[in-house]
Design a protein around this ligand. Sequence first.
Ligand SMILES: *[C@@H]1O[C@H](CO)[C@@H](O)[C@H](O)[C@H]1NC(C)=O
Ligand SMILES: *[C@@H]1O[C@H](CO)[C@@H](O)[C@H](O)[C@H]1NC(C)=O
Ligand SMILES: *[C@@H]1O[C@H](CO)[C@@H](O)[C@H](O)[C@H]1NC(C)=O
Ligand SMILES: *[C@@H]1O[C@H](CO)[C@@H](O)[C@H](O)[C@H]1NC(C)=O
Ligand SMILES: *[C@@H]1O[C@H](CO)[C@@H](O)[C@H](O)[C@H]1NC(C)=O
Length: 527
Amino acid sequence: MRSFYLVAWALLAFSGARAGQIPLALSSTTRWNLQDDNAASWDLDALPSSNNTSHLLYDTINSLLQHWPNTRYRNGHTLVPGTIPLGMLLYHGTSVPEVPKVPEWLATDPEHSYIFSLGKEDTGGWHFTFVTTRPLKILYFDGSSAAKVRGGALDSQDVLLWGKPIPEWTFNERKRIDGLCDWGRKLGLDGFARMEMDFEIMLCDFSDGLAVVSKLNLPPSMEELPLPPNNTFIVDLPQLMTTALESGWWHNQYPGDPRIELDLSRLVSFYDTSLVPSLVPVRHHQQRHEHRLEGISPTDVKTVREALALALNRTGSGSGINWRSIFRIITLRYADRLELIRYLLNPTELEPEIPRSLIETAKLVQQQLRISLTPYIINGAAPPMVDGDAGARNHSWTAPIFKYCATTHTNSFIASSSKLTPSEQLILTAIRDTNKEICRVIVKMWAEGVYEGLDPILRQPSSSDSESEPSPEALGSLMNRWRVEIDRLFNWLDWSIWIKCRPACGPEVRHSSVQNAADDPHSVLTL
Ligand SMILES: *[C@@H]1O[C@H](CO)[C@@H](O)[C@H](O)[C@H]1NC(C)=O
Ligand SMILES: *[C@@H]1O[C@H](CO)[C@@H](O)[C@H](O)[C@H]1NC(C)=O
Ligand SMILES: *[C@@H]1O[C@H](CO)[C@@H](O)[C@H](O)[C@H]1NC(C)=O
Ligand SMILES: *[C@@H]1O[C@H](CO)[C@@H](O)[C@H](O)[C@H]1NC(C)=O
Ligand SMILES: *[C@@H]1O[C@H](CO)[C@@H](O)[C@H](O)[C@H]1NC(C)=O
């Protein structure tokens, strides 16, 4: 990290030296024609509505198929049609040497499926490796949708099937897979994709679209026990669980499990407030991890089923826009930089051996804010002088900067919005609103730094540097306001990319944390 700051410092010095100071008096806000824009749209103080779900949609869609974010928020809200392409290996562990004749489960990694290769020591267990002989059409449930736990992870499947979550059927996987396959067959689906320790496929017909690569008799993973009457199949298997968890970890981050290709142009989400208005009051005042689908109205259940049927039945492939990379580009553009700014503003996290005064820290933050906005700070944009004081704090001069920052990634798609599917319209809204809120906060923080004379380029003309520097009180107050802004933005965006070990875990820590989880006597795994 430290070398990065040195580079930032060098940049700061360089840009100051090269550009010199541009006196604020040059400014003119009237030169920027905002055309028919509503000035209120570019108000730096307008917070997103508390019921707005754009940020939730953004993070959910940006996290699809990735193990870590879907472990963190296990109650999935989004259903995405997709395919398992031709030539992919899929695995199935079983106690019998026969290809299943009823809907059954396939793992994407053999570390996961081997758990099910049950048998006695003399007979052994069986492990099938299959390969897809054509693309398989699937529907992916996000979240920890294969975790047989109460509390919401199975909600989206239950609602789709039974209209509401039914806790008594939490462990009734046979009923669930049979129900999903009956429903999905009519819509041309071959199966469903879910996630627990790792990703898995619920396949409806093993005789169509799969070929056997190998059928091996292996030492049994464990002895087969008779199933209890409620279909609950509980195992306590530290070692097996460790290996399955580790294979899940391979898919922790973008792009997630590469065997599943999603078609975002057919996505349907319970976070879509126009499709599912009944959940808005349910979520009011809830933390994100509490979000469930309990309380959804029967009308909204019907709407979601219809939207999904329409999306699956629709011909054509949407607009062709690669939405996943647009999410990725915007996330990469801001994730590290916002994290750096927050780090600089957090005195408890700062590395103590780095000597840096408050003013130096503030200038470094201002520099990062300016770099983020460089492509949008049009020449000449500056606060108007009021009685020689730029501290009048009328933000209207920032409108063009805010607007270009907020709309550059998405405006071209809005123009072609007639070509977008309803799912793509939703995705576009999520990206547009999220990008806009990021820009609102960055522009606001940057403008406040400009007022305090901290910007390396836009500075008050003054006789000496020290004269243009803010007083310790003004500086302290600015840092506090910045802190509030950046913390609020972090909480609102809530990107899983920011939840990580600092410093990153080495192989020993990583192995022992999985081992500890597996050794925990309370971590009885229900499969
Ligand atoms: C969130 O707010 C924005 C801006 O007011 C609005 O355009 C959008 O439709 C809202 N989105 C949702 C999902 O509520
Ligand atoms: C299922 O049945 C077993 C054995 O009868 C019992 O121990 C277990 O608690 C039951 N599980 C559920 C979820 O009802
Ligand atoms: C958010 O939704 C709740 C429940 O429907 C409602 O009472 C509240 O007024 C809404 N807030 C805003 C800002 O729209
Ligand atoms: C799918 O579309 C076809 C033709 O566009 C229509 O005849 C059929 O009823 C639709 N099926 C469903 C399940 O919506
Ligand atoms: C801020 O400045 C703009 C443009 O100079 C002006 O139209 C607006 O009335 C000002 N707002 C306030 C609150 O003074």
